[in-house]
Design a protein around this ligand. Structure first.
Ligand code: PGA
Length: 253
């Protein structure tokens, strides 16, 4: 059984005190008896991470929004997997479409980052997703398969059960217009099939697949109800504690 997981991606938002308040509200909203039913993670900016350990009180997982693939050295501005571990992170988002678009992150870089995360014991949340243009040109499946296989190219079979894949159609991110649960399920099942072909049924069945793109409290149930969707990667709605805890409430129901 795959445990559902809701991951909040705070992106480049909030001051440290506001982030602390939000994290505290999420931690106190997350009921102790939900632990078997839903896992919850927040991913603040690097600068907010050190302030999180106390407020999250161990119940809510901590993740970063990115990392660099080398362990240390002359890589100005970058942060390694071990540095994130040291500050209590257990997860890291990798290959978000905003990084691919604005920072030129390539499939190859995403693959290296995923391996670095696993080597340090971090759970990589690997993002894939097609653009509106690709969708209109009917290139979605082919594009996603390629993007996914490049990202997992060097990941060992034994590590695959740890990996989380987030399907985030670019056109749905921040648009208020999510994919339909049925369309997202079709892609999630394609992702699982692709992983089954590359690894085995056992690994592919353990790997959690998330939907992302305008997910919120009043639409999460539709996604979670699908066979191959195990949770959500949430942007905007994760910045509002009430809305985010509302998503968790909906998942545990
Ligand atoms: P959104 O963002 O929930 O605001 O659409 C999702 C994401 O980019 O991870």
């Amino acid at each position: 059984m795959r445990k559902p997981i809701i991951v909040g991606n705070w992106k480049m938002n909030l001051t440290v005190p506001v982030a602390e308040k939000l994290a505290g509200d999420v931690a106190s909203g997350y009921q102790a008896d939900w632990a078997d039913k839903v896992e919850v993670v927040v991913c603040p900016t690097y600068l907010q991470i050190p302030a999180m350990a106390d407020v999250l009180s161990g119940r809510v997982g901590l993740g970063a929004q990115d990392l660099f693939w080398e362990e240390e050295g002359a890589y100005t501005g970058e942060i390694s997997a071990n540095m994130l571990k040291e500050l209590g992170c257990g997860y890291v988002i990798i290959g978000h479409s905003e990084r691919r678009e604005y920072l030129g992150e390539t499939n190859e870089m995403v693959g290296k980052k995923a391996c670095a995360a696993l080597a340090a014991g971090l759970v990589p949340i690997i993002c894939v997703g097609e653009s509106q243009k690709q969708r209109e040109a009917d290139e979605t499946n082919e594009f996603l398969e390629k993007q996914l296989l490049a990202a997992v190219d060097s990941i060992e079979q034994a590590d695959m059960a740890q990996v989380i894949v987030a399907y985030e159609p670019i056109w749905a991110i921040g648009s208020g217009d999510p994919a339909s649960p049925e369309d997202a399920e079709e892609i999630a099942s394609l992702i699982r099939e692709t992983l089954t072909d590359k690894y085995s049924q056992a690994e592919a069945q353990q790997c959690r697949i998330l939907y992302g793109g305008s997910a919120k409290a009043d639409n999460i149930a539709g996604f979670i109800g699908q066979d191959n969707i195990d949770g959500a990667l949430v942007g905007g709605a994760s910045l509002d504690a009430k809305e985010f805890v509302g998503m968790l409430t909906s998942v545990v129901k």
